[in-house]
Design a protein around this ligand. Structure first.
Ligand code: NIG
Ligand code: FE
Length: 413
């Protein structure tokens, strides 16, 4: 299917020379073309440019985008959208004064979701997860990473990963799978952490490798969850099976997770609500990208990642939703980017770079998505008629999306 978009008010994130990631002050640069056209052919971006160079003899479908802005789809590099049930009771408990950690200590939190997930069939889990995936696609997500981690038994972790595989098979956007067996210590292993780690390494990882169920390995490196030593052991075991590290660090405490991530060449270190100078230093001149998750900070009312300090130190930053039932029950990347601007003082240019190109990098998809570049997938957002792109995040509660395209095909009618 060939399609020409013409009269685009402004085409954002135009990169004629392919670029894998943007860092530091470059994050504040967002190349655009005003009054542009874009051609899609066989699901890919075929050509684009200024309207003065737009083909005049076009014989195929035309979309007149007068007054509308076009940008690459959001690249959401950190989600937990495969889950069942909800945790609104914990939400009310928090309003009444309990902290996220206190709820977890009382058997709520991740263990609450694991208890619910154990009981549902793979089919039901797929149905619930697919409606969340469809929801975020409508909201403009065009590439996504999904984690396991609410199983915490051999059967339930594999059930989650098989659901992710089914989503990969049935949906056209790129999906990456992450094994997060080390998300919390299950009740049966309450006093036997080493036994649980052994189960993950000896019983689950070999199956994941054999069935190719995941690309990444994640660990919740945090006080009361998994130590830096546990994390190192798990990352090493994952790497032996070909999995690349991508880990949860520094959410409540800085315990050296960033350094372990860097040591094991993690693709990303995510959360970072608590950041020390030495963590910033450790990330300099590495290929590990910090990922901020403002929906989580907003929802459970913890500090926002000091993104300004990271960017000002020359690092690259990605933004992701963390969509999950406990700390971020929303996968709306428009809101994530708006929070990046409002709460973390990112410029609209920085926030868009963080949620497109850098998000793609944080899940190894920078050659496929994340910018308007010839040959990349035509995963695109076309906005309603708006005055300028900062308006997208300024008017933060409004849906500004007119239509979304995956591989050049319109997703919403
Ligand atoms: O990224 N912090 C660890 N994991 C998830 C939340 C898990 C949950 O509360 O269900 C996160 O925030
Ligand atoms: Fe998470």
């Amino acid at each position: 299917m060939k399609r020409l978009f013409k009269n685009i008010k402004e085409l954002l994130q135009v990169r004629t020379t392919p670029l894998s990631v943007v860092s530091g002050s470059d994050m504040n640069v967002l190349p655009t073309i005003k009054n542009a056209y874009l051609i899609v052919d066989k699901g890919r971006i075929k050509d684009f440019g200024s309207m003065k160079d737009c083909p005049t003899d076009w014989q195929h479908e035309v979309v007149d985008a007068e007054g509308k802005i076009m940008l690459p789809s959001w690249c959401d590099s950190h989600t937990h959208i495969v889950y069942t049930g909800n945790r609104e009771n914990e939400f009310v408990d928090r309003i009444n004064g309990l902290s996220y950690q206190e709820i977890a200590k009382n058997g709520g939190g991740i263990l609450n979701s694991a208890k619910q997930l154990e009981k549902v069939s793979e089919e039901q889990l797929y149905e619930e997860s697919k409606s969340r995936l469809e929801e975020v696609i409508r909201q403009g997500t065009g590439a996504i990473e999904i984690k396991s981690g609410y199983g915490l038994t051999v059967e339930a972790e594999l059930k989650m990963l098989r659901v992710i595989r089914q989503l990969k098979n049935n949906y056209k956007l790129p999906i990456k799978a992450t094994f997060l067996g080390a998300h919390a210590l299950p009740v049966d292993y309450k006093n036997n952490k080493q036994g649980y780690i052994k189960l993950l390494v000896d019983k689950i990882l070999p199956v994941i490798a054999k069935e190719q169920l995941a690309e990444y390995i994640d660990v919740f490196c945090e006080k009361g969850y998994f130590s830096t030593k546990d994390t190192a052991m798990l990352l090493e075991a994952g790497q032996k099976h070909g999995l690349i590290p991508k880990i949860h660090v520094n959410q409540f405490n800085a315990i050296g997770g960033v350094q372990v991530g860097v040591k094991y060449n993690a693709l990303s270190v995510d959360h970072l609500e608590v950041v020390r100078l030495e963590d910033i230093e450790a990330l300099k001149n590495t290929s590990t990208i910090p990922v901020a998750l403002p929906n989580c900070s907003h929802f459970i009312d913890i500090p926002f990642t000091p993104v300004r300090a990271l960017i000002d130190a020359g690092l690259s930053v990605a933004l992701a939703s963390d969509y999950n039932p406990g700390s971020a029950p929303s996968g709306n990347m428009n809101q994530v980017v708006a929070l990046g601007c409002i709460k973390m003082k990112m410029t609209p240019e920085e926030a868009i770079n963080a949620a497109t190109l850098n998000g793609a990098y944080a899940m190894g998809l920078e050659k496929e998505v994340g910018s308007i570049t010839v040959g990349k997938r035509a995963n695109l957002i076309l906005t309603k008629e708006i005055n300028s792109y900062p308006y997208l995040f300024y008017a933060f509660g409004t849906n500004h999306i007119d239509s979304v395209y995956i591989n050049g095909e319109k997703q919403n009618e």
